[in-house]
Design a protein around this ligand. Sequence first.
Ligand code: C5P
Length: 208
Amino acid sequence: PPLIITIDGPGASGKSSVARRIAQALEVPYVSSGLLYRGVAYQVLRHGVDPDDETAILRLLEAHPVRLVPNTHGNRVLAGGEDLTPHLHTAEVDAVVSAVARHPRVRAYVNERLREVPPPFVVEGRDMGTAVFPHAPYKFYLTASPAVRARRRARERADDVAAIEKMLRLRDERDAKQSKPAEDAQVIDTSELTLDQVVGAIMRFLPA
Ligand code: C5P
């Protein structure tokens, strides 16, 4: 089967840093599905579309398609000629992205974009090993306690840890339906592990 490595887990579980490192080690592209959802959410905010209106969001995506540019070091999300990437990791996008991502047709749109990417690659998200790439030969699911995740995220956001933990728990709840380990995924609790240790634990499962 084509080499696809899926790394799923909740927000701030370390999946993007880990996925990037694995991709670099294997010299294959890294693909962030969350960034695509963030791109859609950003467009919804900017164009004043109701996040609960699935049909309106699909119409928006038809008029302004979003596109993922995967590479080993980081991903970009483009809409037309515009690079949305610098606007996607903000509290405003965090607050609305789960509502946008819960619509089946939005998920189908994102999944189509992801399946256009030619393997090999490392892909991270919530449902990469379950819904999107069920036949991937290597699957991982990272977990960590909400407190640990909030502390990690606090290094990237201006808000205080308590506010971040609250938002993470809220997103966990809203994302719960599409965030489960695949039955054949290796589950790794990263709470007590460094980034290097998590990368090492995953590399042991991969072909040399
Ligand atoms: O991974 P990240 O935290 O950037 O994802 C942002 C949001 O996108 C998640 O909170 C979730 O609502 C949505 N998402 C999803 N399915 C994925 C990846 C992300 O629903 N595979």
